[in-house]
Ligand binder design. Structure first.
Ligand SMILES: Nc1ncnc2c1ncn2[C@@H]1O[C@H](COP(=O)(O)OP(=O)(O)OP(=O)(O)O)[C@@H](O)[C@H]1O
Ligand SMILES: [Zn+2]
Ligand SMILES: [Zn+2]
Length: 876
């Protein structure tokens, strides 16, 4: 819900907007979403004669024996249920009109339409759980107690002329209305809950409706009270460190001291990997005090020292200037190399907005991974910053929502679902690391992309959208590049690349032209160079007798870390079961003869044959024993996880202090921050991890970045594999040399000749995107063609396969689109469900008559479920 007028108290105050003049109303039925846990469908109600309802209004309806909150979804001329009309129950009342401001309601409807998702499901993504259920409807006197005459005369209520002459100004009210009125007058604040009035007065709702109509009372939703302030144990350092302590105890006090003498108990224990018994001892010795403190359930970071605006580099200043001159909707691509200071541009673009009473929305890939970014925002804007993401508890999410509804200018940082954050008065939307695939939801429906939704939202709210990245998605690149062709490009591009650019020539921008700007930050802060990237050919290492997973170059660099008191990052690409097969002697990769993708290795069960399969056309072959190219027996599928690498490191470099940073070690809340803090404090020499390392880490003391095997990234069986590989490798390389010491990157691979490797080596986004776009265009893949993926799954392997076949056959009679598949998903069975998929490819400009989804659904037996993934990112 929004509040258009910021001076209003928390939730919107409203009255039913009724029009008694309107003669015939055609739509006398309404479908509603009932706010009841577990209820999913729409319910149909009858509209009482005097109520006028708009979609998006909040209603109260009878549901079983209860009165529940509901959202009006759709008005109907005829009831669409199999019930005699007289059996259909009536809407009781309108609780709140305009709950969804029209731009927001339009946004939800667009999402529903584009992603073929029932509106309810979209509302569920957008609203915090149980918003209506937990809120309470209240009734209060307009203008407080004793304001009868003002209320009546200013409202111009019906019958007011009669009223003035009458000794009893309320004689016209029915007895029920009068009873309610008197109850309210008797209460000091003139305000009661609806439920209370219902208990006190028989059929109170009728009286209330009447009072509402005369403008004597108003109805509002009060947000639920916090059940109980949440308390948490805080540890405070009290004594100076003395000699009656064990090393371990001293260590803990030292950590506490380094954190300013105060930490939450759970944080302290986590950092020190200690148990609470040791804290008990320290308490008894008088070194620390542990006490319960109240914490607000909005996620708060540690208190931070304030931070002022930095003086900008020329490129930053020029980017900021463009952003600040934008008036209304525009799409801006802020293309800045790693470490070029994009965040500072965001911060300075937001600051003046807050002073104008506007708010900003900042979307990031995964909040847990970017405590640094949140900290920077907090250091600049203090408690105006709140964090909103799906890992919040219901309570936290609810509180954050309420915070937004106050209408105070603020900054919300969140992951993809925060694109729906109900911030009033939006002045700017930012998507940081806009290329990141976590902005896309694969399931459940709606399978939305936060970037697409953000574009609509910015357009509807008429504010700019800034997309920031060192490695822009080709979608954004082309979307903004289309404008460049029309000559709106500044001179920035000429200065950007080390290699002269060959701008790609997208013939049809896939999106309709809209105001867009390409802004470039071509250099790192303080003109620090991008780190040189050394490519190591692992085939040669093997030939020369090095069987270790570390090349000699990387071994040497790891050896030097401790000597030079520097830190390093070791990146491992680990991705589930889906891996490609390549020859360790010659680098040959097994590919599909019909499609331009590598075959994926499949091994479902112990004794099942090892199969290689194409995910696009379903071509399959058995796993050969020898390399088809050089007959080497070292034909292996790839996949060396962090665990294997850390074991190997421990064996070869026993001295090296490691922190493992992957989904296994970061499962607990706050563990990302803890591990990164440890690393930043110099408690380890090497951070070993997966994808998580690539996202926005800014650690000046990191000089070495190693990539154990780039091949896992290069040869994924997906048309986006190259783009993703380029982005990931460039991002991870970008973590090196951000401080005073120069950085160095070592990438190990069996395919040194791959075009992605060449582009990563020369930090050359331009050549890469040009080559990649040519291929996409030739095969009509995004951003030139559009895709829709049908995901089918069932417990029954035969039935799902047959259904997939039937749907594909039915669809292939249509000419407007190309059907690829059906093919099994790369992990055929997940949680006992067998999964098949069909890819539909079509041209975006001549939008074809898309399949009738209802018809497609009707081809699925009950045991087979179907998900329509629009613009899929993961076709695995
Ligand atoms: N104008 C400036 N003067 C001095 N330091 C700056 C300035 N702008 C940014 N910095 C610092 O430069 C570093 C890199 O900035 P930042 O992390 O914003 O880069 P980035 O472009 O987001 O990089 P990446 O894409 O790799 O995450 C940060 O430590 C930041 O505080
Ligand atoms: Zn070979
Ligand atoms: Zn194929």
């Amino acid at each position: 819900m929004y509040i258009n007028d910021v001076k209003l108290s928390p939730l919107l105050v409203s009255e039913p907007s009724q029009s008694y003049q309107s003669g015939i109303t055609v739509n006398r039925w309404v479908e509603v979403l009932v706010d009841c846990p577990g209820s999913t469908g729409l319910f149909t109600y009858r509209l009482p004669a005097q109520l006028e309802i708009k979609p998006g209004d909040i209603l109260s309806v009878p549901f079983g024996a209860q009165q529940l909150g509901a959202i009006a979804i759709r008005l109907l001329a005829q009831p669409n249920v199999d019930l005699p009309p007289e059996k259909i129950r009536e809407v009781e009342d309108i609780v709140s009109v305009g709950f969804f401001p029209s731009a927001y309601w339009e946004l939800l409807n667009r999402v529903a339409a584009y992603y073929y998702t029932p509106l309810i499901q979209v509302i569920r993504v957008a609203l915090p759980p149980g918003l209506l259920g937990r809120s309470q409807r209240r009734i209060r006197l307009v203008g407080g107690r004793g304001h009868t005459s003002t209320a009546l005369s200013t409202r111009g209520a019906v019958g007011s002329s009669y009223l003035l002459a009458s000794p009893d100004p309320l004689a016209f009210l029915t007895p029920t209305a009068r009873q309610v009125w008197e109850l309210l007058q008797a209460q000091s604040a003139g305000d009661y809950s609806f439920v209370y009035l219902q208990q006190k007065v028989k059929s109170a709702y009728r009286g209330i409706r009447e009072l509402l109509r005369f403008g004597l009372v108003e109805s509002y939703l009060e947000p639920p009270r916090l059940t109980r302030p949440k308390l948490q144990k805080a540890v405070t350092l009290t004594g100076t460190i003395d000699h009656d302590l064990t090393t371990r105890q001293r260590e803990i006090l030292e950590v506490l001291r380094r954190h300013g003498g105060e930490l939450w108990q759970n944080e302290l224990l986590q950092i020190c990997n200690a148990s609470s018994s040791i804290l008990k001892t320290l308490t008894q010795k008088g070194y620390i005090v542990i006490e319960e403190r109240e914490i607000l359930r909005t996620e708060q970071g540690p208190a931070l020292a304030g931070d002022g605006a930095k003086s900008l580099t020329v490129a930053q200043a020029s980017a900021l200037e463009t952003i600040q001159t934008l008036d209304g909707f525009a799409e801006v691509l802020l293309h800045g190399v790693t470490g070029s200071g994009k965040t500072e541009v965001y911060l300075q673009a937001i600051a003046p907005l807050l002073n104008q009473g506007k708010s900003a929305l900042v979307l990031v890939p995964e909040i847990g991974l970017t405590p640094q970014l949140t900290d920077r925002f907090r250091a600049r804007f203090g408690n105006k910053v709140s964090v909103y993401h799906s890992a919040l508890s219901d309570g936290e999410r609810y509180d954050t929502w309420r915070q937004m509804l106050t209408g105070e200018p603020q900054v919300v940082i969140g992951t993809r679902s925060a694109v729906f954050a109900p911030l009033p008065n939006l002045g700017l939307i930012i998507l940081d690391e806009e290329h990141d695939s976590s902005f896309k939801q694969d399931s459940p429906i709606p399978t939305y992309h936060a970037r697409t939704v953000a574009q609509w939202r910015a357009e509807l709210e008429n504010c700019p959208l800034v997309l920031g990245s060192a490695t822009p998605s080709l979608e954004s690149w082309v979307s903004v590049g289309g404008m460049r062709e029309q000559g709106e490009m500044g001179e920035m591009r000429e200065q950007y690349p080390p290699h002269p650019p060959h701008p790609p020539h997208p013939p049809h921008p896939p999106h309709p032209p809209h105001p867009s700007h390409y802004l470039s930050l071509p250099e790192r802060i303080n003109s620090r160079p991008l780190p040189p990237v050394e490519i190591v050919d692992m085939r040669q290492e093997l030939q020369q007798g090095n069987r270790s997973i570390f090349s000699r170059s990387l071994q040497e660099a790891l050896q030097q870390l401790q000597e030079r008191k520097q830190q390093g990052i070791l990146f491992i690409h680990r991705r589930g079961h889906s891996t490609f097969v390549s020859c360790r002697s010659c680098g040959y990769v097994l590919e599909c003869p019909h499609c331009d993708v590598s075959l994926a290795y499949h091994h479902t069960e112990e004794k099942a044959p090892e199969l290689l399969r194409c995910h696009y056309c379903n071509y399959a072959r058995s796993h050969p024993k020898f390399c088809p190219d050089c007959s080497s027996p070292y034909l292996k599928f790839f996949g060396s996880g962090t665990q294997r690498v850390t074991q190997e490191l421990a064996r070869q470099f026993p001295e090296l202090r490691l922190i493992r940073f992957d989904s296994d070690t970061t499962r607990n809340k706050g563990s990302h921050r803890t591990l990164l803090t440890q690393f930043a404090n110099g408690e380890a020499d090497l951070l070993v991890g997966t994808q998580m390392l690539t996202k926005g880490l800014d650690l000046p003391q990191v000089t070495l970045v190693g990539v154990v095997a780039a091949d896992g990234l290069l040869n994924l069986s997906d048309y986006r594999a190259s783009e993703r590989a380029f982005q990931t490798l460039t991002q991870v390389a970008g973590r090196a040399g951000r401080g005073d010491d120069p950085g160095r990157v070592i990438v190990q691979t069996y395919t040194t000749e791959h075009q992605v490797i060449a582009a990563v080596r020369s930090h050359d986004y331009y050549s890469f995107s040009q080559a990649e776009l040519e291929q996409r265009q030739a095969l009509n893949y995004p951003p030139y063609g559009r895709l829709i993926l049908l995901r089918l799954s069932s417990l029954d392997p035969i039935q799902v396969q047959n259904t997939a076949q039937i749907i594909a056959t039915t669809l292939s009679t249509e000419e407007e689109f190309e059907i690829l598949g059906p093919a099994p998903a790369s992990i055929l069975r997940v949680a006992n469900r067998y999964r098949w998929q069909i890819l539909i490819k079509f041209a975006p400009d001549a939008l074809p008559q898309l399949p009738d989804w209802e018809e497609v659904r009707s081809l699925c037996p009950q045991s087979v479920s179907l998900t329509i993934d629009v613009d899929p990112i993961n076709i695995m």
